[in-house]
Design a protein around this ligand. Structure first.
Ligand SMILES: [Zn+2]
Length: 220
């Protein structure tokens, strides 16, 4: 009986390691993307969060994507209680936030889509995936509204081209239309439906979102 439980434990920890590796290869982020991602979080995610939500998001971000590019993090409620921010409701010397507040904040971030629970808690805490604004529908919506108003954020010459590309990415949900891979606005490229040689133009209707691999495969 005990040896069977031991075997199950071993299988579970192997599975856990495999999932972590899949993410590192597939959904991982490079250090080069970091400044842009941080800009996105401030521009497109933070304005739709409360102060507690934002503090928690940055804490989780710092210990996942900002640490080694891996969007996964296992974290316990007792760590979050002590390590993120002070409570704004008490004046006690050790004014940690309550377990209830930790739970509420995690739930709020999950509802917005900023984090995703990947499994049930164990002794080391719960495994979460931290998402970046490109992957969060609420952020993409907020960004589209913001861009419609603040066109002067982008230099004039690149403005219309930039907006066309963003429109195509938004429409396709930042997914490669060839292989279905989830992309970000830094890894996504566009491809023509009808090539310029055949009279295809630069309008969004003639463009689709692709990943770099599918786009170069086609050109070869
Ligand atoms: Zn692709």
């Amino acid at each position: 009986m005990n040896s069977r439980i031991e075997k199950i434990r071993q299988l579970l920890s192997e599975l856990d390691a495999e999932t972590a590796n899949t993410f590192r290869g597939d959904g991982g982020f490079s250090a080069l993307e970091l400044p842009d991602i941080i800009g996105e979080v401030v521009d497109d995610l933070q304005p739709i969060l409360t102060a507690y939500d934002a503090a928690f998001y940055w804490f989780l971000f710092r210990h996942s994507i900002a640490k080694d590019g891996n969007p996964q993090i296992r974290v316990s409620r007792s760590t979050l209680r002590r390590a993120v921010v002070k409570s704004s409701y008490t004046n006690a010397a050790e004014n940690n936030i309550s377990f209830g507040k930790v739970q509420d904040t995690l739930r709020a971030l999950e509802e917005i889509g900023a984090i995703q629970k990947l499994g049930e808690p164990n002794r080391q805490g719960t495994l979460y995936r931290v998402l970046i604004p490109d992957e969060i529908e609420a952020c993409r919506k907020f960004r589209a509204e913001r861009m419609a108003e603040e066109t002067e954020l982008f230099p004039l010459s690149n403005k219309s081209q930039h907006r066309t590309r963003m429109q195509v990415f938004e429409r396709d949900g930042y997914k490669c239309t060839k292989c279905g891979k989830q992309l970000t606005r830094f890894t996504a490229t566009t491809d023509y439906v009808k090539s310029p040689a055949d009279g295809g133009d630069e309008n969004p209707e003639n463009l689709v979102t692709t990943c770099a691999d599918c786009s170069s495969r086609r050109r070869r």
